[in-house]
Structure formats: C-alpha cells, structure tokens
Design a protein. Structure first.
Length: 444
C-alpha cells in the first residue's frame, strides 16, 4: 500500500523506481521520497502567497424606536375646552384617579405617557365615559368632524344600534366581481404565520395560501399590502363608514389598523386566546369594521359575539341574578363581578354564555358579508374545522398611537395612495395619519 502511494506521488514528477530486492528497493524509495519532499518545499516557496479574502460584513443596525412628536396642544392652552371637560367630568361616574389625569392642565391626547397612564385606572366599564372626555378634547383642540354622507338619519340610526347592541350588520360592501378581484390579489401574495405580522413565529419567512401556509393555524398580510389591495381603501374610508364611526365616537375617528388574516382549518395554537371570549383593549373607543373575504358558515371560523355584553348595567344585573340563583350556585361560586366586567380571560366561555343567555350571535355569510362591532363586547373566533377563512378588519379608534417597536410590519404607506383613490382633504389626512405618511404630500 505504501509503495503504491509513493509510486503514484513520484509519477507526478516524472520519476519511477525499479522492482528488485526489497531492501534495495526500500532504500531507493527512501532516497527518492526525500528528494521529492525537497522538490515540493522548493516549489511551495516559489508560489506567491494568496492574500486572504476579507469579507466586509455589514453591521446589523437595530431600527430606532419611534418617538412621538411633542404635543401641539395641552388642556391649559384652551380654557374653553378645559372648562367643558371639567363640567363633563363633574357628574361622571369615574374613579378619582381618572378624573385627576383628565383634568391635569398638562394633559394632552398626543402625550403617549400621560394618555397611557389612564389605562392603569380605566376598566372596560369606564371606557365610554372616558372616551366622551377625549372626544371633547378632539373636537375643541384638533378637528371637528364634518359629515360626508347624504343620509344623516341613517347614520344616526346605525350609530345608535351599535351603541345599544354592540353589533351592526351591514349590507355587502363589495360586488361579487370586486370580491373575486380582492381574493385574486391576496392569493398572489405570501403571508406571515401569525394573525398579525408582529405575532408571526417567522418574520423572515412568508408562505403562500394553498401551498405551505396551512402548516400553521394563522396567516396574515402586511398593512402595506392591504392598503394597496383593490377596493379596500375606498370602502373603509367611504362616507357611510366614516360618518357612522364619527357619530358613534362623538368626534373624528382615527383609522389605526388595516388587518387581513386567514384562520386555517383544524385546531391550532391561537395567540392571545383569541378563540376564547375576550374584550379588546386597544383604546377607550373602538369601532371594528369586519368583512368576510371567503364564504363563512358554522364550520369555517365565524366571528362569535355576545351582544350588549359591554352594557355594564346589564352586566351587573345578569351577574347579580346568577349569583342569587340556587341552580347556578356551583357555577357562580368563585366568580367575581370583575371576572365578568373585565377583559374576560379569567372566566370560562360556558359561564359567559350562560350569563348572557339569548345574546350570543354567530356571524356567518357569503364572501362580502360585513358587520361592525365596538371591540369591548365579549367576542371570539370560532376555530374553523372544515374550511379556512379570510377576514378583513379596519379598526378605528378615538385616539391611538403608532406602534413604537422595531418589529412593526413596515413603515407608513405614502399618503399619495389615499389621495389618488379617496381624497386628501384635512379630515381624511387626520383620519389616516397613523397608517399613512402625509409628510411628503403636496397638493400641487
């Protein structure tokens, strides 16, 4: 074996060895091998060294956290507004800590730190009264909403229904052809495997529906892709929707989020316990427009809501009656009122449905089915068992801030997108200022 290796090495240099006496042959081999080594050393010294390639790896720069601009207005800047808020809160049933924050002359709805302090003291039961004071500030200091719809009576009726029931059903917002165009648009775009991009398990990987996306229970599109989809902006910013939201809030609404996500068939790991009844706590005033983009029946992930579960006089009445009912004694033994009036995560779903018997709504319908909720009523996603579901959601709030983290799903969309498709007046710029960037827009 050694001889074959040596002979092979020598042949590369044109050398051979003769066969004969093994001892003589080995001596020749040793001599030739030493010679070969010297030749190799000499050859290596004559070869110019190859410089090591240096790869300049770019420095990974963490995106800076967004900073809110200094507030333009504080309560002390407008004595008339301050007096109106003070009068409004005089008889309001709100904790003293809440009134103290809202009546601070330095308070501003643009001041994230002061505004968020309210959430330490405001429970869902106080949302409506707190949002009324915020609406007074918005109207007096920032923008007084000007109605856009031709039928104000219809708008008032819709806002009253939402305020009373927590649910407003709408006729289909899209034609069948428009639904198909929207569906075709989204199916050509990959999704993140979470109900919103920020909750996705893999932020760098995106998957296509009907291929590998169904390996995960949820999939979502970015705000930017939703904003560029056909027909959606025109619908979400239509006079019917904006006027209803303004009438419900009592001031100009803010479009704070555009969302569209898939719920895939089969049980899965749902974040934030979305498939259990809960209340949304994004802001003190919320207005959720939902539209199904696929056909939805009982087995394909319908939205389920308990009407009037944010009517807290009803909540307290149902709670006290249940506690006094001997037939429900075992079920209600450990249940506190705050379990019912709070965010809902501490209470089993069967208890919630029993407390609000007769008020549960299962929302089904063909693609294009539209409805509005106020977020604070108990609601959930029913896990789809037979077919996947895509839903579109446009969330309006009375006041909310841009998400400050570096893991948001992208920059704001240029305001030109709204200007070209819907309009660019001051009211629309105020309403869309969170997801859309108007800083580079010019009327010219």
């Amino acid at each position: 074996m050694l001889k074959r290796l040596v002979r092979g090495s020598l042949r590369q240099f044109g050398l051979t060895i003769a066969r004969g006496d093994p001892r003589a042959e080995n001596a020749v081999l040793r001599h030739e091998l030493a010679h070969t080594r010297r030749e190799l050393d000499s050859a290596q010294k004559q070869v110019a060294p190859v410089p090591m390639m240096v790869i300049n790896t770019p420095t990974v720069v963490s995106e800076e956290t967004l900073e809110d601009p200094p507030p333009r207005k504080r309560l002390k800047d407008d004595p008339a507004v301050y007096a109106a808020v003070k009068a409004q809160l005089a008889d309001a049933d709100l904790p003293d800590a809440v009134k103290q924050i809202l009546l601070d002359p330095e308070f501003s709805v643009e001041d994230r730190s002061r505004y968020m302090k309210l959430f330490h003291h405001v429970y869902p039961e106080y949302y409506a009264r707190t949002s009324a004071a915020i609406a007074t500030m918005v109207n007096g200091q920032y923008l007084r909403y000007q109605p856009r719809h031709h039928d104000p009576a219809k708008i008032r009726e819709q806002a009253e229904t939402l305020r009373r029931e927590g649910l407003l059903r709408l006729p289909s917002m899209f034609t069948r052809d428009q639904v198909r165009e929207i569906q075709d648009y989204f199916l050509k775009r990959p999704i993140y495997n979470g109900h919103i991009p920020m909750s996705a398990r893999h932020r760098s990987l995106r998957r296509y529906v009907n291929y590998t996306a169904e390996k995960y229970p949820l999939g979502s599109y970015s705000t930017q892709e939703i904003a560029l989809a056909p027909h959606i902006l025109e619908m979400a910013l239509s006079p019917l929707i904006l006027d209803t939201a303004a009438a419900y809030f009592g001031c100009a609404p803010k479009l704070t989020w555009l969302q569209s996500w898939w719920n895939f068939a089969g049980p899965g790991d749902y974040p934030h316990r979305q498939n259990y009844y809960h209340r949304d706590t994004n802001d003190f005033g919320m207005f959720w427009l939902y539209i199904y983009l696929t056909d939805v029946d009982e087995t394909s992930g319908p939205h389920k809501l308990i009407r009037r579960s944010a009517d807290f006089s009803l909540v307290r009445d149902r709670y006290e009656r249940a506690k006094a009912d001997p037939a429900r004694a075992a079920m209600m033994n450990e249940v506190k009122y705050t379990d019912v009036s709070g965010t809902g995560h501490t209470l089993a779903d069967d208890i919630k449905e029993s407390l609000f018997e007769g008020l549960t709504e299962l929302l089904t319908g063909p693609a294009g089915t539209a409805f509005i909720t106020r977020g604070v009523d108990l609601h959930k996603v029913v896990t789809p068992l037979a077919r996947k579901r895509q839903i579109l959601a446009a969330r309006f709030c009375i006041n909310e801030f841009r998400y400050p983290g570096g893991d948001r799903d992208g920059d704001q969309v240029p305001g030109e997108v709204v200007a070209e498709r819907v309009g660019s007046d001051e009211q629309l710029r105020y309403i869309t200022q969170l997801p859309f960037d108007w800083s580079h827009w010019s009327a010219s």
